[in-house]
Write a protein that binds this ligand. Structure first.
Ligand SMILES: *Cc1c(COP(=O)(O)O)cnc(C)c1O
Length: 360
């Protein structure tokens, strides 16, 4: 029997979140970003639930292969394009769209005599300085792509924001302005915004949104949960109490003896730890729900176990249900305690966690 450490994925929430993004999209197309195994929710599972998406965005060609093997026929965009010349044949065979962001990829395309059709997106760097051609090269690169017979003439133009989650940061306004000015004479659909951009920079929505976090009910806006923004968490992480002990006042709990009991108190042990992907950096005081009641971690998170101050839940017993995050306990709150963002937590679930699908 495996441990009862379970990630429940709410398929209905995924679907409703996509419908909500569509309302905000005002007719723009929606690329559902499913990289990192659907932000940890399961690539194929998420793609099936979001079959209405106009395209899926993945980080690597292997994810495109997995989606095609699962029978997914939507458009699939590989956000970092080919990593080597041999990838191009796979892009064509699997009908994956390739984002072209670097001169080396353009050189591979120019040398490629394969007559099978390939769709490309041209990525421009407007200030993030990660992937993308320098903006002033846009007309030249675009012309070189247009000159290739084996590439679809419809070339989408994209860029990525560095700080769109800060709604008052004018870096995003500058990124939008220079993108618009440099591409004004180039044909093709525009794609600028991610989740935070959809919320904070609606005028930049262009023809294609690239949305990940919001589809999973996740927020990167400081101080706001996905639910605060009108989205539903798609993952509930839960475990069970496997021990409860009464520990005396002044005794210390766990590794490094970091937590000292302020009084005689019940301390529960739940079967989850950093070996499951629960963050080791979550300090004492990080909330958990025991039978739906808020309690708090007491002492260090260990590999397989956490220890919980059960003073708020005196009737708790072995076998009771513990929620680490989900609808009643925003993952953003846990992320803030652990010094990270919600995406990092849901992406971090390990193979040991049992994934189950919840319809609603
Ligand atoms: C991950 C990613 C997105 C989606 O970002 P979210 O914040 O999850 O919406 C969009 N575009 C690119 C290029 C990405 O890498």
């Amino acid at each position: 029997m495996s441990r009862a450490t379970v990630a429940t994925i709410h398929l209905g929430a995924l679907r409703r979140n996509l419908a909500r993004v569509r309302e905000l999209a005002r007719g723009a197309k929606v690329m559902a970003v499913v990289k990192a195994d659907g932000y940890g929710h399961g690539l194929e599972r998420v793609a099936r639930a979001l079959s209405d998406a106009d395209a899926f965005g993945v980080a690597a060609i292997g994810d495109g292969l997995r989606l095609r093997a699962a029978g997914i026929s939507n458009r699939i965009v590989v956000l970092s394009g080919p990593d080597e010349p041999a990838d191009l044949a796979e892009f064509r065979r699997l009908q994956l769209d390739a984002v072209i962001h670097h001169e080396s990829q353009l050189v591979w395309l120019e040398a490629d005599r394969d007559s099978r059709h390939l769709r490309v997106w041209l990525k421009l760097d407007t200030g993030m300085h990660r992937l993308g051609f320098a903006l002033q090269r846009a007309p030249e690169i675009h012309a070189r792509l247009r000159a290739l017979a084996n590439i679809d003439a419809d070339i989408a133009l994209m860029t990525h924001f560095a700080a769109s989650d800060e709604f008052d940061n004018d870096l995003t306004a500058r990124q939008i302005a220079c993108f618009d000015a440099t591409t004004v004479n180039l044909p093709g659909a525009r794609s600028l915004v991610n989740s935070a951009g959809v919320l904070g920079w609606p005028a930049a929505r262009g023809q294609w949104l690239r949305v990940g976090g919001l589809l999973y009910g996740l927020s990167v806006i400081a101080g706001k949960s996905g639910a605060d923004l009108g989205f539903e968490p798609a993952m509930t992480l839960s475990a069970k109490l496997i021990s409860i002990n009464c520990i005396q006042r002044g005794e210390r709990i766990g590794y490094a003896a970091s937590y000292e009991c302020p009084e005689d108190m019940p301390v529960g042990v739940a079967a989850i730890g950093y070996g499951d992907g629960y963050p080791r950096s979550a300090p004492s005081g990080t909330p958990v729900l025991v039978n739906g009641v808020r309690a708090a971690i007491a002492g260090r998170v260990s590999m397989d176990l956490i220890t919980i101050d059960l003073r708020a839940v005196p009737n708790a017993k072995v076998g009771d249900h513990v929620v680490l995050w989900g609808r009643e306990l925003p993952v953003e709150e846990i992320a803030a305690c652990a010094g990270t963002i919600s995406y990092d937590l849901t992406c971090g679930m390990t193979k040991r966690v049992l994934f189950v699908e919840g319809g609603a």
